[in-house]
Ligand binder design. Structure first.
Ligand SMILES: [Zn+2]
Length: 506
């Protein structure tokens, strides 16, 4: 008995000590790697002396799950300039990029502590952003490796050694730490140079579940006595999403508060958008849109025996919210069909939640294999509705460009308008009795009801409406308030006029 007691007490007493040693050993090993890296960047004093950094970025945006076809990665040019003021928690960016198909955007953002402002250069409008959480600024700091090393050093008790591995053909030590936001970040430190080659975080993708986010600094060069990254490559789930060069890096420029408070001259405050937007909007008996945060509208049509839903934006949480709202509008009626305007992840990322609900998906033939792949994703980190309640995919391909749902009173025509410059296959819903069309990304409008955005995609859509001969009074948008057919015509005419002026006589 005595020996058993002795054995038990030894096991119990020694367990915590043993566990603590393993933790300490891991910390100690990681500390050594981090210290070597600090030395490689010139030492702690030199790192701490970096108060701010200004640089430009140029390269490509790669449109993962945002390209014209599923499984392809369209590239568009991107350029930007950044000021990161680590010392004073101030930040400014100006960015110029595209979505495939001629959707140009030019915008900016500045923050001073928790106060921010964003602006849209093409519209000439700005919006204040109050109460920016500290995590936002910490994310900006991670664009530059020196700030990541400093952050890891300030979180010493969270440092752990993970592994030795090969990355980009070179030996690396991998250490990790949890930052102030609870974000676990793995750092790949090159064994030879001591520099940060990449960092990783683990997350959840609405389509593909468990996913690794990687930020790679492919190489360094010496510049004004500092080692600066030549660029940055971001990857998500193995796919490149940003491929950028860093240019004109300047350390410790003299900056004023004004650099972080104001957009460029000539940009005016936008009319504020309504802050208490309704959770649903009624267009006719049994025809609604439900708002899915942030800035997405879902079409909901109640037929005699069932509900039809179009668009599944965001991910699982957004779809759950939308489904709860739909059930309030049509209590007791099952959601039988789901359709999405196109395969982009922001428009159909919540598709799995509807499958768990038991719907039949009406989709375009070219999207079938893509959504079949999405069905097979593994969600072990954030278990979504389909993981908790597995269901097979019930898929109906829309053949012959059109599918009509009707109960004799209410009618919805699903029409494939593709190929659009935005996506090769593109569905819209036409409600002939109400003279309404519901569409995504073909005609966007700001939440404050400013005039709709007119780009090449919108012009294509307007032309399609003309040739289709559909009787349309209003166009409901996934993004923003509806527009009349006349507003769309007028916008297209104005765009043509301004382009003709730009070309002018030579
Ligand atoms: Zn899209």
């Amino acid at each position: 008995m005595k020996s058993i007691l002795y054995f038990v007490s030894v096991v119990f007493l020694s367990l915590p000590t043993f566990a603590q040693n393993v933790t300490y050993e891991s910390y100690d090993k990681a500390r050594e790697v981090l210290d070597r890296s600090i030395t490689a960047y010139g030492g702690m004093e030199k790192l701490r002396a970096i108060e701010n950094v200004t640089f430009r970025a140029e390269g490509d945006t790669v449109h993962r799950n945002q390209s014209r076809k599923p499984f392809t990665l369209d590239r568009t040019p991107f350029k930007a300039s950044y000021i990161i003021d680590a010392k004073n928690t101030r930040y400014r960016q100006s960015q110029d990029g595209w979505f495939p198909g001629g959707y140009h955007w030019v915008n900016g953002f500045a923050m001073n502590k928790a106060e921010g402002v964003s602006w849209n250069v093409l519209r000439g409008s700005m919006n204040p952003i109050p109460n920016i959480p500290p995590a936002n600024f910490r994310g900006r700091l991670r664009m530059f490796p020196q700030f990541i090393i400093l952050n890891a050093a300030s979180r010493a008790s969270r440092l752990r050694f993970i592994s030795r591995t090969t990355f980009d053909g070179r030996a690396h030590d991998v250490i990790s730490y949890a930052n102030e936001d609870g974000l676990e970040i793995s750092l790949y430190i090159d064994q030879k140079s001591g520099l940060l080659s990449k960092f990783e975080t683990l997350g959840t993708d609405p389509y593909f579940g468990d996913v690794i986010n990687e930020t790679i600094f492919p190489a360094y060069r010496e510049h004004n006595g500092q080692l600066v990254p030549t660029g940055r490559v971001d990857r998500r789930g193995g796919d490149v999403i940003n491929d950028l060069k860093y240019l004109d890096v300047v350390f410790n420029a003299s900056l004023t508060d004004d650099d972080f408070k104001k957009p460029p001259d000539g940009i005016k405050p936008a009319t504020p958008a309504p802050t208490n937007a309704p959770s649903s909007t009624k267009y006719a008996d049994n025809i609604y849109t439900v708002s899915a945060a942030p800035d997405y509208n879902v079409l909901v049509v109640g037929f005699q025996d069932y509900v039809f839903v179009m668009e599944a934006p965001g991910g699982d949480a957004t779809s759950r919210q939308a489904i709860a709202e739909i059930k309030k509008l049509f209590p007791g009626k099952p959601i039988r069909y789901l359709a999405v305007t196109h395969h982009h992840d922001d428009h159909a990322g919540g598709f799995r939640t509807y499958v768990a609900e038991g719907v039949t998906v009406i989709g375009l033939p070219g999207e079938k294999t893509f959504f079949e792949k999405v069905m097979k994703s593994s969600f072990t980190i954030d278990r979504d509705a389909l993981t908790l309640k597995p269901q097979p995919l019930k898929w109906e391909s829309l053949e012959g460009r059109k599918r009509v749902l009707t109960d004799g009173t209410t009618t919805v025509e699903l029409i494939d308008i593709g190929p659009s410059p935005h996506a090769e296959e593109m569905l819209v819903a036409y409600l002939p009795n109400e003279k309404l069309v519901f569409q995504g990304d073909l005609l966007d409008r700001p939440a404050n009801n400013d005039p709709p955005t007119i780009n090449d995609i919108t012009v294509h859509f307007s032309n399609w409406l003309d040739t289709s001969k559909l009787d349309v009074a209003r166009v409901i948008a996934v993004h923003g308030p509806p527009s009349t057919r006349d507003e769309l015509r007028q916008g297209v005419a104005e765009k043509k006029k301004s382009e003709n002026q730009k070309v002018g006589p030579r």
